[in-house]
Write a protein that binds this ligand. Structure first.
Ligand code: ADP
Ligand code: MG
Length: 386
């Protein structure tokens, strides 16, 4: 098992900057997810870790070993591609054995019986016992995914790399395979990097999530951290639902006071530790739908008043969409509650649950001294002053 350290990685394709300034430590035995919209650089980063691409600059370490310039077969990683990349007319056994036949163990080729034993173990691990003689094209999508997983695992990799492994499966199979991946990952305690664009999938599967946008990692943390303490507006918006209200800071303290366009002052809490907010600074107040309540929880609660535009009854809750001036807002209320479109609604947001975020995106985090996203751990840190 290895710990993966990515240090200030940059990869371009001609004019396109696919990923830049990526500095992360992916802990031994953990499942870390690269999450972000299509085109944000997830596959590029995964391929850099696998060795299919060499970065323009930056370094990759597996434990203390600098693997930045090593070819893929010298990194001992197992990779599952989005389209499985199996040979449809070969048997399941042959597909799985393929990687082993190329590989050498202590300088020698694997013997036939050693290969057979390992293929059998890998089939058991992914619960496909007895299907080894089948041709891949005779298998369902879920079974093919299991073969791809077995093929990645049969070489006993130090690192497992999965690129959107569930995206070709229907909803029910997706959940089943997701749980299988977690089971296998925990059983082997293998350091795993998992790519997805699906925030729900990322939250359900990950020890840590790296939220990416336009090639940059915007935040790296546990699912709880990124949901409860988003570090950028993009992260708050991409993970879960949020109402955003623009405003200007009027006073600083444990809580920040923010004047919003209707003249009201909203009090909230910064989510970024160490960010130097200033009076007069343009910010956004972000509120999760479940943090807007029908009654006060404390005299300090912010009162939010708006006009209901639509309600959706979802059984377990009532989603209420409303407008505060021009701003579209949403709340998640008890299912018993009833209210009609066009009516005024008063809701209460505890100060602790109003997240105050700077408007500068990931660049704003550079103002935080020693911010981990811009702090390389192994080489000398490059001071950033943007
Ligand atoms: N081989 C390539 N040649 C040119 N551009 C590429 C190549 N691979 C990726 N890109 C570009 O790099 C950016 C990131 O792509 P990618 O890593 O595939 O994103 P994701 O996996 O998040 O969808 C995109 O703008 C994409 O068009
Ligand atoms: Mg991709």
């Amino acid at each position: 098992m290895v710990e993966i350290t990515l240090e200030n990685l940059r990869k371009t394709f001609g004019d396109v900057v696919a990923t830049d300034e990526v500095t992360l430590t992916l802990k031994e035995g953990e499942l870390s997810t690269l999450l972000g919209p299509s085109g944000c650089g997830k596959t590029t980063l995964l391929r850099l870790i696998a060795g299919f691409y060499i970065p323009d600059s930056g370094k990759i370490f597996f434990d203390d070993r600098d693997v930045t310039n090593l070819p893929p077969f010298k990194r001992n990683t197992g990779m599952c591609f989005q389209n499985y990349a199996l040979w449809p007319h070969m048997s399941v056994n042959d597909n799985i054995a393929y990687g082993l036949k190329l590989k050498r163990f202590e300088g020698k080729k694997y013997t036939k019986s050693a290969i057979n034993k390992r293929v059998k173990d890998a089939l058991e691990l992914v619960r496909l016992e007895g299907l080894g003689e089948r041709r891949v094209h005779q298998l369902s999508g879920g079974q093919q995914q299991r073969v791809a997983l077995a093929r990645a695992l049969v070489i006993e990799p130090d690192v497992l790399l999965l690129d959107e492994p569930l995206s070709n499966l229907d909803a029910k199979l997706r959940i089943e395979m997701r749980e299988e991946i977690i089971r296998i990952q925990k059983e082997l305690s293998i350091t795993t990097v998992y790519v997805t664009h699906d925030q729900h999938e990322a939250l359900s599967i990950s020890d840590k999530v790296a939220v990416m946008d336009h090639g940059y990692v915007q935040q790296f943390g546990s699912p709880r951290e990124i949901y409860a303490n988003p570090q950028t507006i993009f992260v708050a918006d991409f993970i879960g639902q949020c109402t955003f209200i623009d405003g200007v800071i009027t006073s600083l303290g444990d809580y920040l006071d923010v004047k919003i366009p209707n003249g009201q002052v909203i009090s909230g809490k910064p989510t970024i530790e160490g960010y130097p907010f200033e009076v007069g600074e343009q910010v956004k107040c972000a509120m999760r739908p479940e943090n807007l309540h029908l009654s006060r929880t404390s005299p300090d609660d912010n009162e939010i008043t708006g006009t209901v535009t639509r309600t959706i009854y979802v059984g377990s809750a009532l989603e209420v969409y409303f407008k505060v001036g021009d701003i579209a807002a949403q709340s998640l209320l008890k299912p018993e509650f009833q209210i009609e479109a066009g009516t005024e609604i008063n809701l209460y947001a505890p100060r602790l649950d109003v997240m105050i975020l700077p408007v500068g995106g990931v660049d704003a985090l550079r103002k935080v001294p020693g911010h981990p996203l811009f702090q390389a751990s192994r080489s000398a840190p490059t001071p950033s002053n943007a």
